[in-house]
Design a protein around this ligand. Sequence first.
Ligand code: CP3
Length: 350
Amino acid sequence: MNDTFLKACRGEKVPYTPVWIMRQAGRYLDQYQSVRKKVDFLTLCKTPELAAEVTIQPIDILNVDAAILFSDILIPCEAMGMHLEFHESKGPVFTPAIRDGNAVKKLAVPDPEDKMRFVMDTIRLLRKELAGRVPLIGFSGAPFTTATYMIEGGTSKNFLNTKRMIYENPALYRSLMDKVTATVTDYLKAQVSAGAQAVQIFDTWGGIFSPEDFKAHALSYVITIIAELKRWMKAENKGHVPVIYFVGETAGLLKEISTSGADVYGVDWRINIDDAIKGLGSDVVVQGNLDPLSLFLPKDSIEARVRDILNRASSSRGHIFNLGHGVVPQTPPENVIALVEMVHRLSARH
Ligand code: CP3
């Protein structure tokens, strides 16, 4: 079994720096497109055989050191009772959005093995099909990032409705967040029980806050989730399943993020990773942080950036190479393949 990724998560010695890519299964791959041609995105997420197939595609094509479950952070919102659609142009759309106490009251905290059984079935199938080739990462959105979609009704630029709810009606926001937090906690436990060997919590939009607001309205819920996951893993003998916390626009929030209780911190590209390590406290394991759009550079320039990140990250307890956010659909796949090869070659310890 290639356990380089799990070892790096635990800060153990590894023969080379493991690498995986956020959104590694996706539209930049022809092989994904040919599966996706046959079914819409939500059907793909809900069909374990197909979800497992596209999860494994990047393992075969890219030679990455971890698989990430093919799903979406908005799946639990549908299980809570919201109506979710993915539109080709607009992305995810919730109708109606959550704007008042009545809407929050109607939301359920679902039993994941009942309402999201297809996710757990995908995980169980993947563990069989991967047969130890690489570890499987499960994931969820962080409560705040998930709630922005529920409140805005989709993707947003300035998060006006979310911030207005937080500032004008904090009790309403809190009641929504309590339900989302409970849902995410149960959902991640179910993923671990089904066989996820690490979990990543995506707080993509955390960077829209001042540090104080981030702490109060986003991080506090993540701290609750991670503490409960750790308590549960110990009580239920689930072993040490690493928790990765990824926050977008990490730079101004490092001190706060470092209190989350996570095993690994995902860092975006707007900060040099050595500065992020300093801000988090040097005894940390970090993941990141190449600008996804630098995959449009000529290969020798990509290689120079990989070398630079590997050097800068050497001051940490452990490093997992990744992009600073998801790979974009227009990316040439051969550059992603080359990136993985570069990380493996340049980081090899003899
Ligand atoms: O990383 C992986 O390969 C695993 C799968 C994965 C997807 N989404 C598949 C997906 C993961 C981990 C996500 C997380 C996710 N989803 C986040 C957090 C991380 C991030 O990228 O910011 C967010 C904010 C979402 C919500 C979401 N899903 C949006 C806004 C969109 C539309 C924009 C877009 O990229 O298309 C999606 C759709 C989506 N999720 C696709 C994929 C492969 C494209 C759907 C398609 O095939 O048409």
